[in-house]
Write a protein that binds this ligand. Sequence first.
Ligand SMILES: Cc1ncc(COP(=O)(O)O)c(C=O)c1O
Length: 449
Amino acid sequence: MSPASHGNNGDNNADLNKILETLTPIIKDYLDKVISMKGKYRIPLAIPTFQVEDILNALESLFSLQLTMRGKVRLFEEKWSHYIGVKHSIFVNSGTSANYLAFYILRSKLLSHERIKPGDEVITTPVTFPTSVYPIINMGAIPVFVDIELETLNINPALIEDAISEKTKAIVPVHFMGHPADMESIMEIAERHNLLVIEDVSEAHGSMIGGRKTGSFGDMGIFSFFFSHHISTIEGGALTTNNDEYNDIGRIIRSYGWIRTLDENRRREIEAKYPYIDPRHLYVEMGFNFKPTEINAALGLYQIDRIEDIVEGKRANANYLRRKLSNIPYLEDYILLPKEKKGYRHVWLGFPIVLRDESPFNKLDAMNFLEERGIETRQLEAGNVLQQPFMEKYKYRVHGSTDNSVRVMNKGLFFGVHHVMSKEDLDYIVQVFEELVATLRKKENQSNK
Ligand SMILES: Cc1ncc(COP(=O)(O)O)c(C=O)c1O
C-alpha cells in the first residue's frame, strides 16, 4: 500500500508515513505469531484473512481521523463491483443489514412502481442462515419454502415452478456453504413468471457458474464480510445490483433516509425540489443506520486483491480432502460427501457433510467425535429454518416435502476448510475420519448382533 494515501496533508502525511513504516516490521512479526498460534482447536472453524497491509491501512485511517464513511468505503465499493461484475455495490455494516436493505428497497415509496407489498409471497430455501428469511417476514410478506437438493444443499430449482402462486413476487436463493445455487434455471423461471431474484451470496464470494460470478445473476446480491467469510472487514456486508434506482434508494436507506451519499447530479436534482430544507438534513424516505466505517473498508480493500488466492487455496484443500476421504473404505456408506457440480465453482465457506440414515451416529454424536479430536464443528447453521423456534410465531407456506432439509437438520454438520492448511493438518483430518468410520462400523456390528 502507499501509506497515508488518504490521510492528512503535508507534514502530517510525512509524520504518519514514518510512524507506519516504523510499525510495519513489528506488526508483521506479531501478526505472524498470532496467526500461527494454535488455540483450543487444531482445525478451527475460521482463520484470519488479514495481513499486515490491511492493519496498516486501518491504522492510517485511525491516525488521520478519517473514520466515518468516505473515500475508502467508496473505493471498496468500486473494487467489489469490479470483482463481482456488477454496476453498483453498497457497502453496509453487516450481511444481515444487506438482507434487510434489499427488502426495504423493494418496498420503498421512492420506487417508480411498488415491487413487493405485504401479503405477497417469496420463494426460498429452508437450509440457510436465518437472516435470509427474516426480512421477508419483517415486511409482512410470506416466505414459501421448497426443499433442497442434497447434492449441493441448495434450493431445488425443479420444485420452484410448482410453488409459484398469483401472489409470488420473488425468489431468494442462498448459495449455501459456497456452492452456487442453479442460477441458470432460477433466472429462466424468474423471467418466465416476471419474478425478482435476490441472491444471498454471503457464503460464496467468488463462486461462479460458467465463469460468471454469483451476485451478478439476480436483481440484487447480498454479501457478508463477517470474520469467518472469504474476506473480512470484521463486521460488514454489501448489496450488489445493476439497477440504478435500487442503488440510489439503497444509499438513501443505508444512511437515515437522507441524500448526502448520492452521486452529485442525483443529489442536486432532489435538493432543487426542496429549497426550504437544509440539504444536509433532507430526508426523503425512512432509513436506518447501516453505514460501515472507514476502518472496515480499510481492512477489506487489499483483501479484494488477494481474494482469488484465498478462494483457490480453499478449493485446493477441499479437493484434497474430498479425494482422500472418498478413498476411505466404507466411508460413503455412512457419510454423504460434498460435491461440486460440473461447470460450477464451489468456494467452500466450510466443509459440509451429511450422515446417511444408515449411520449409527446422529449429527451431535459426530460433532462430539470430531471436537474431541480438535476439529471444530457446527450444525449446518439454522439447519432447517422450519424447525427453528422463531418460525412458530410467523406465517409461512411449505410447498411439498422438505425431507432433505429435515435430514440436514438431523444429520448435517460442517468443519473449517481454509486457504492456508498444512499437509499434516489435512492428513490429520483424513485420519480422524478413518477412525470415525471404524467406530461407526463397530457400532453398527454391535447393534446387529
Ligand atoms: C447466508 C447468509 N446470509 C446472511 C448472513 C448474515 O451476515 P452477517 O453475519 O454479516 O450479518 C450470513 C452470515 O454468515 C449468511 O451465512
